[in-house]
Design a protein around this ligand. Structure first.
Ligand code: OGA
Ligand code: MN
Length: 326
């Protein structure tokens, strides 16, 4: 059933996608730079809905990057390119999220790259493992697999999940003010326990991205649960590690709570040119997977906006280091 247009916007049309978050936005002419008064409404909608879907926006690489810049300072892909990987695109701000190998062939199921990339199928926030976390991500479908082969992107509303925490859990979190230690290697290992390569890697040998798991989402003033499958363990504010099995049990309980059906929204990619923008400091997301994997190209391109809030760096040193890609 089509949803009604939300009143109050002069330049864009906004329709809600779910009861607590997510909206589809139309009426924007993406063939030219987005005007400040139009962008102001887009930003207002992003702050409120956390996930915005722009159908058939028709952005090319350059306009994708230019539009993303309106949201803040962009992360660049160069520090991530390890093991001889190169960026396919002429823009350092464009991340390759496709299932294509460097030679253009489709990533095969069971290959090292596919196994390592499987971490994306677990709910996460982009760059939680880096010294500076990501704010917004803008993902664009350049070439989608044929319809009916899956490949949705799913979202979890972690602001509403915080609001609705069981009372005992909410007061425990507020009293202890836990710090989450996030690791990209940890989520990769969790997503693919059968990989010998991943099993041989010790996440503790790499720096963690430390961020408080309960934070106020500054743009909206709402509280947020900043959790992800990147969470390797929890710490107390004085730096002591929360003992096991308590730490892991708490992480799993919070992830299970925040990913109940009532907090989820699955976004279907319908046509090339669709763009989805989300706020990593208000939602988690995951790649839904599907029968396209190993068979059809899914060429997705992403820009990542550094978080501009006062807690962007969490408890981390302000370095330019990033975790490498496989
Ligand atoms: C990402 C991501 C999910 C997808 O680009 O950060 O997690 O559906 N993508 O491709
Ligand atoms: Mn992601």
């Amino acid at each position: 059933m089509p949803h009604a247009t939300v009143p109050g916007y002069q330049h864009i049309q906004v329709t809600e996608l779910g009861p607590t978050f997510g909206a589809e936005v139309s009426g924007i002419d993406f063939s030219k730079p987005v005007e400040p008064d139009v962008f102001k409404e887009i930003l207002d909608a992003t702050i409120k809905y956390a996930v915005l879907v722009f159908r058939n926006a028709g952005l090319d690489d350059a306009r994708h990057v230019a539009f993303s810049r309106l949201f803040g300072e962009l992360d660049d892909v160069k520090p991530y390119l390890t093991l001889g990987r190169k960026n396919r695109f002429p823009f350092d701000e464009l991340f390759d999220v496709s299932n294509q190998e460097d030679d253009g062939s489709i990533v095969q199921i069971g290959s090292k790259r596919e196994q390592t990339g499987r971490g994306n199928s677990l709910f996460h926030c982009d760059s939680a493992f880096n010294p500076r976390r990501a704010g917004y991500s803008l993902l664009r479908a350049h070439e989608l697999p044929p319809p009916g082969n899956g490949g949705n992107t799913d979202f979890a509303d972690t602001r509403t999940a915080f609001d609705e925490l069981p009372a005992d859990l909410k007061s425990e979190l507020l009293e202890n003010d836990y710090i989450g230690a996030n690791s990209l290697w940890h989520s990769r290992r969790k997503a693919c326990p059968e990989s010998e390569f991943l099993a041989s890697i010790d996440p503790e040998a790499y720096p963690f991205g430390r961020h408080r798991i309960v934070q106020r989402h500054e743009p909206s003033g709402r509280m947020n649960l900043y959790i992800a499958h990147h969470l390797h363990h929890l710490e107390y504010p004085d730096g002591r590690r929360v003992e096991e099995p308590k730490s892991t049990e708490l992480i799993e309980r919070l992830l299970a709570h925040a990913t109940q059906d009532k907090y989820l929204l699955s976004v279907e990619w319908r046509q090339n040119g669709d763009v989805v923008c989300w706020d990593n400091t208000a939602v988690m997301h995951r790649a839904g997977g599907g029968t396209f994997q190993g068979r059809f190209k899914r060429d997705m391109r992403r820009t990542t906006v550094h978080d501009g809030s006062s807690t962007a760096w969490g408890l981390n040193e302000r370095t330019t280091k990033r975790m490498g890609l496989p």
